[in-house]
Ligand binder design. Structure first.
Ligand code: 2AM
Ligand code: CA
Ligand code: CA
Ligand code: CA
Length: 269
């Protein structure tokens, strides 16, 4: 049975965190580089993750927590019991440069399997959540799965660098589709698949906090979320991921095995 008291708490925490992020645009923020100038972390990434970790510790001290900024100093080495996965700001570069197009992502897993996922499109005040066995909701309204029949009649989403360099054989997907869109935040790209605006989300390498909420939301909607070779995703490591309804997911997996030449790309892609 899903814990609805926990769900209600999460909704309140997500609203509080989102409001703090919106308010933070009014002041100058401390920004640091991680690996390079495009890989940033702000005081709000850390503050938001700290907020969630404190709340989880207070109410569920026995649960495990995986977070991008490593605020929880108790490393997770196995996925037994309840595991929370937090990406406090997905799309930090957008958060800094655009003050929009970023999300908060949170997911709950039980013994390695997804139970619930939350993605908050903060500046649009759009909260998506999915409870496995129940369904997916956008601002508390049920979201009906949109059945895209074929990649050839749809857009796909992923990141520009990946398509530009054909990483993960991504051109095979691009050439089959009507075109690709990239929003600079996995959160928003995953939402576009849930809403049926794009057929498939593909990334050839995502960290657990980038894919956990999307995996749970896909599961709750009856969509597939696997690696390109149809393996189950693993919360403890970086994985390539394909998200989509069962029909286009199967088509994507097949396409990703095929080789394409750059010349085959549609001009409007
Ligand atoms: P982030 O903002 O939480 O770090 C998938 O593309 C995800 O990778 C993005 O949602 C983003 O999550 C992260 N990302 C995007 N560009 C990046 C970069 N240049 N360096 C590191 N992470 C990046
Ligand atoms: Ca980051
Ligand atoms: Ca992220
Ligand atoms: Ca992040």
């Amino acid at each position: 049975m899903f814990d609805y008291q926990m769900h209600s708490r999460i909704l309140v925490w997500m609203e509080t965190a989102a409001e703090e992020l919106r308010r933070s645009h009014q002041r100058d923020l401390k920004i640091e580089e991680k690996k390079n100038a495009a890989d940033l972390v702000t005081e709000m990434d850390k503050a938001t993750e700290t907020f969630f970790v404190q709340k989880i510790r207070e109410h569920y001290p026995e649960h495990q927590i995986i977070g991008e900024e490593g605020i929880n100093d108790d490393p997770v080495t196995d996925v037994s019991g309840t595991v929370w996965v937090i990406d406090p700001i997905d799309g930090t570069l957008n958060f800094v440069k655009q003050k929009k197009n970023f999300g908060i992502m949170l997911a709950i897993f039980e013994d390695g399997l997804p139970k619930a996922g939350y993605i908050y499109d903060v500046m649009n005040h759009d909260l998506y959540y999915g409870i496995v066995g129940v369904g997916v909701f956008r601002n508390h309204q049920i979201l009906e799965p949109f059945k895209i029949q074929a990649i050839s009649e749809a857009l796909i989403v992923g990141n520009i660098g990946m398509f530009a360099t054909n990483r993960g054989n991504s051109l095979a997907l691009l050439t089959q589709s009507l075109g690709a869109r990239a929003y600079g935040a996995a959160a928003l790209e995953i939402i576009s698949v849930l809403k049926g605006e794009a057929a498939v989300y593909y990334s050839c390498g995502l960290q657990p906090w980038d894919f956990a909420a999307g995996w749970a939301l896909c599961e709750a909607l009856g969509f597939k979320a696997t690696t390109p070779d149809n393996q189950t995703l693993n919360l403890l490591k970086r994985c390539p991921v394909v998200f989509g309804n069962p029909l286009v997911h199967a088509e994507a997996l097949q396409l990703l095995k095929e080789t394409k030449e750059i010349g085959e790309i549609n001009e409007n892609s």
